[in-house]
Design a protein around this ligand. Structure first.
Ligand code: GDP
Ligand code: IMO
Ligand code: MG
Length: 430
């Protein structure tokens, strides 16, 4: 069987965790390919409620091996804590988790630099998660990153780390006036990570490739969302990796012909955490109502998420750059208690109608959304598992979104639990 990619299609937090947990029933491997512990993926299943940041959410199915690909940046403390917490709750990852030797490590100085850089940006701050993600990817591109493989040869690591830390400490001290970090302390952390992570380190590319050759099913668990992509998102208000389909290939060393389906996960409305343009944002009562009702607070940082209407201009762009073969719609039930619903169908810019998503954040800020109105539906969608059992209004909403986005919606989520799902069309061939 081939690989299936499950990607965030908006600004992250679309409910990828819930969907991957649902689909992983039929998977042999679930693999992360980008981002780090800036991600927060919530899963609610018969084993409980879990919030995972680095461990792939597929591991709740006993047959699944979790894989962390080369495109991910790994905070070893975060990963070890997650493994331990899962262990305490009865999910043992021994022989069931594999971390790529090629993945880069989020080092303690990356976290310090993330915080200092945000402070220095002042009113231009990005609103990062503060997990050191940007600085870790910066070092990767600058070829001064420390990789998981480096933990396997601690002797060779020491002079490299000395060199890199001299550079990073100079920036911390001279540019930001911060407190330099001790080489000895960071090296000691590396030694501890090496001994504790050793059993999980392996040749991920080969394992995934061999599994596909042997006819196994691989689900690729996206992190973040298309509109946060370093190239395709609302730059500079983006993350430093590629949550789009290209990132899945490079982040796992996977040949393009191995991915059969690309599933785009959309929320039935929009949210965004951090700064940056968000045209359909609701600043008043409706926004607060949705935020409170739906618990729209960051899974990783606890920050209040900005809430807005569904933006089909951004959605069509997301389709274009990812080539979704089908769509997933989550959190439809959140709209149950609203009096009326809006969907943005186009933007207006200087008296002209814009239907293609602009490439510049500054131009985006000048656009205003054009809306189509939908009446409230007369009974709840919450917990519904059959499309025909949805109220007429909700079905009309789903059908109109399909029209506006231009792709079929094959899976609809009507609640946070695994079973609260409508499978319009089976997405994984078994
Ligand atoms: P992710 O980062 O894309 O995995 O999404 P998060 O876990 O950060 O945020 C999604 C939130 O929505 C979580 O609290 C989920 O439990 C919840 N959720 C997912 N699908 C549904 C749904 O269909 N209805 C409701 N009410 N909540 C959902
Ligand atoms: P999941 O996988 C939502 C946002 C941050 C910030 C920007 C840059 O749970 O959907 P970073 O720390 O990555 O440098 O922050 O990206 N961001 C997310 N927003 N969901 C996420 O992940 C996110 N990961 C990063 O809020 O605006
Ligand atoms: Mg999240």
């Amino acid at each position: 069987m081939p690989a299936y990619a499950v990607l965030g299609a908006q600004w992250g937090d679309e409910g990828k965790g819930k969907i991957v947990d649902f689909l992983a029933r039929d998977a042999d491997i679930v693999a992360r390919f980008s981002g780090g512990n800036n991600a927060g993926h919530t899963v609610m299943n018969p084993m409980g409620t879990f919030k995972l940041h680095l461990v792939p959410v597929g591991v709740f199915w006993p047959q699944v091996i979790g894989v962390i690909g080369n495109g991910v940046v790994v905070d070893p403390d975060g990963l070890l804590q997650e493994i331990e917490e899962l262990q305490q709750r009865g999910i043992d990852l021994t022989d069931r988790l594999l971390v790529s030797e090629r993945a880069h490590i989020v080092m303690p100085y990356h976290i310090v630099l993330d915080e200092l850089a945000e402070l220095a940006r002042g009113s231009e701050a990005i609103g990062t998660t503060g997990r050191g993600i940007g600085p870790a990817y910066t070092d990767k591109a600058a070829r001064i990153g420390i990789r998981i493989a480096d933990l396997l040869d601690l002797e060779a690591l020491l002079p490299r780390l000395d060199n890199v830390m001299a550079h990073q400490n100079a920036i911390i001290d001279k540019v930001y006036g911060g407190q330099p970090l001790s080489l000895d302390k960071v090296y000691d952390r590396c030694k501890e990570w090496a001994s504790r992570l050793m059993q999980f380190i392996g040749p991920v590319e080969h394992v995934v490739y061999d599994a596909l050759q042997a006819g196994r099913t691989v689900v690729l668990e996206g992190a973040q969302g298309a509109m946060l992509d370093l190239d395709h998102g609302t730059y500079p208000y983006v993350t430093s990796s590629h949550p789009t389909i290209g990132g899945a290939y490079t982040g796992l060393g996977l040949p393009p012909n191995q991915i059969e389906s690309v599933l785009g996960v959309f929320k039935a409305y929009s949210t965004r955490v951090g700064h940056g343009p968000f045209l359909t944002e609701l600043h008043g009562e409706t926004g607060s109502k949705i935020r409170e009702l739906a618990g729209e607070f960051g899974t990783t940082t606890g920050r209040a998420r900005r809430v807005g209407w569904f933006d089909s201009v951004a959605a069509r762009y997301s389709v274009r750059i990812n080539g979704y073969t089908s769509l997933v719609l989550t959190r439809l039930d959140v709209l149950d208690s609203l009096d009326s619903i809006k969907v943005c169908t186009a933007y207006e810019l200087d008296g002209e109608t814009v239907t293609d998503f602009p490439g510049s954040a500054a131009v985006l800020e000048r656009c205003t959304p054009i809306y189509e109105d939908f009446p409230a539906w007369d009974r709840p969608t919450a917990g519904v598992t059959d499309f025909d059992d949805l109220p007429v209004g909700a079905r009309a909403y789903v059908r109109r979104l399909e029209e506006l986005i231009g792709r079929p919606i094959d899976l609809i989520s009507t609640g946070p639990y695994r079973h609260e799902t409508i499978e319009v069309r089976s997405m994984i061939a078994v």
